[in-house]
Design a protein around this ligand. Structure first.
Ligand code: ATP
Length: 199
């Protein structure tokens, strides 16, 4: 089982292409796209969309893909989201499952700053995918599994900026995600409007 955690504010094709290709390359039964309840390392830098809204977007994103599942463990655990706790919770729900923690290289570089990161390393195998840009030096002391996936230069930060200034989001997020954003009126999109090309 793969654990692919994130803020997913919003989920984009970079996340989905990563999850589905890691599932294939490592022959995982499922990759759980785990929605952070409180992404404490990002908090304070900007307003973060509510966790239930972000979970709804992830659910819309993965609905059509068998091996991908939305995860609400961190929401149910409450408070700050720590991967060490999430892994424990997954291990309790799926006894005997072999766990893989999947991260982009930017997140991998920050591993030493994670709460109880030694537990993360002890409880799971760590999988890293490269994002476009400068190569990142990976923290030592970890037996990283590197998986090559198509590198897509997409970030949630860029997508939020696109909502703000009206540039197109088409093909960067999937249509079910766009529809759910519209239904919920997220990112300043008036409820019921596409926010992309029906201007
Ligand atoms: P933001 O721009 O708001 O910081 P993000 O696009 O980096 O967000 P997150 O939800 O923070 O998205 O990322 C969750 C996980 O997905 C992290 O491990 C991150 O490295 C990885 N990730 C994000 N975007 C990509 C991408 N384009 N390709 C591969 N991995 C990605």
């Amino acid at each position: 089982m793969g654990l692919f955690g994130g803020t997913f504010d919003p989920p984009h094709v970079g996340h989905l292409v990563t999850a589905v290709n890691v599932a294939y390359e490592l022959d995982l039964d499922v990759v759980v796209m785990m929605v952070a309840n409180i992404p404490w390392q990002k908090q304070g830098t900007r307003d973060i969309t509510g966790a239930e809204d972000r979970l709804a977007l992830v659910s819309a994103a993965v609905a059509a893909v068998d091996r991908l599942q939305p995860g609400r463990h961190e929401i149910d655990l409450g408070g700050n989201s720590y991967t060490a706790d999430t892994l424990r919770s997954l291990a309790a729900d799926f006894p005997g499952a072999e766990l893989f923690t999947i991260v982009g290289d930017d997140a991998a570089a920050g591993l030493p700053s994670w709460e109880r990161h030694e537990e993360v390393v002890a409880q799971s195998r760590l999988v890293v995918v490269d994002r476009p840009g400068e190569p990142v030096e990976l923290p030592g002391g970890v037996d990283w599994i590197r998986v090559e996936v198509p590198r897509l230069e997409v970030s949630s930060t860029d997508l939020r900026a696109r909502f703000t200034d009206g540039r197109p989001l088409d093909y960067l997020v999937t249509n079910p995600v766009l529809e759910e954003i519209r239904r919920r009126g997220l990112y300043g999109v008036p409820i019921g409007q596409a926010g992309t090309d029906d201007r």
